[in-house]
Design a protein. Structure first.
Length: 227
């Protein structure tokens, strides 16, 4: 049976969450919206339209959504040539690939943004496929992106582990029946990740890499090999 290691990217493999916070804050400020950066941070990981609904409410003027998203994209694009990978992110992906896991990125990023993130992580040789929110009807925390990633890897839910840094990641994995691992490097507290369904929480990719043999990856591998 194929085994799949599913990874969020922003805040999980690349140290980009706070860049997103600043860019969304500026895009909202330019449009006359006063939104606290703390609230924006908690919404990072949602697709753009869902993020705006979360921050501004369902009763907002949705005709602004496209302009706000475009402003965020333009502001964030100024960082594309220097997006910082998290320490050992590429090493983690390559080690899992070496152990026979199919690596699938599960992200709301698309097009030029996704290309920039992949350049930053610099582990394309270990990546099997990418599942974007554009590929499904609903993005995280709905299970659709995770289920799409499982299809791309040709892997059942019990043969996969999802690694992310937000409650939305953990909720999406839980709803898809996939074991999830939380990372603290995105800035979300451990308790919140655990409450959202994380089976284990690590500080960052390097910490998970150092403890792979006692992580949910080890348990999932054992379960996958059982008759």
């Amino acid at each position: 049976m194929n085994r799949a290691a599913l990874f969020d990217v922003d805040g999980t493999l690349a140290d980009t969450n706070h860049l997103h916070v600043v860019c969304w804050w500026e895009a909202l400020r330019q449009a006359g919206h006063d939104v606290a950066m703390h609230d924006i941070h908690r919404a990072i990981g949602l697709p753009g339209e869902d993020l705006l609904a979360h921050l501004l409410g369902e009763g907002r003027d949705t005709s602004e959504d496209e302009e706000l998203s475009a402003a965020h994209t333009t502001l964030y694009g100024t960082y594309f040539d220097r997006l910082p990978p998290l320490d050992s992110a590429a090493d983690l992906l390559r080690e899992l690939d070496r152990r026979g896991w199919r690596i699938v990125l599960v992200t709301s990023a698309k097009d030029a943004e996704l290309d920039a993130l992949r350049r930053a992580v610099d582990a394309d040789d270990a990546i099997t496929a990418t599942a974007s929110s554009d590929d499904v009807d609903e993005g995280k925390p709905a299970p659709d992106p995770v289920r799409h990633a499982l299809d791309l890897a040709d892997t059942p839910a019990h043969g996969a582990v999802f690694v992310g840094d937000t409650v939305w990641d953990m909720q999406a994995a839980a709803r898809a029946g996939v074991a999830s691992v939380g990372l603290l490097c995105g800035g979300i507290p451990q308790r919140d990740l655990e409450d959202a369904g994380a089976r284990a929480v690590y500080r960052h990719p390097a910490d998970l890499l150092a403890r792979l043999d006692t992580s949910p990856f080890a348990a999932t591998r054992t379960a996958a090999l059982e008759p």
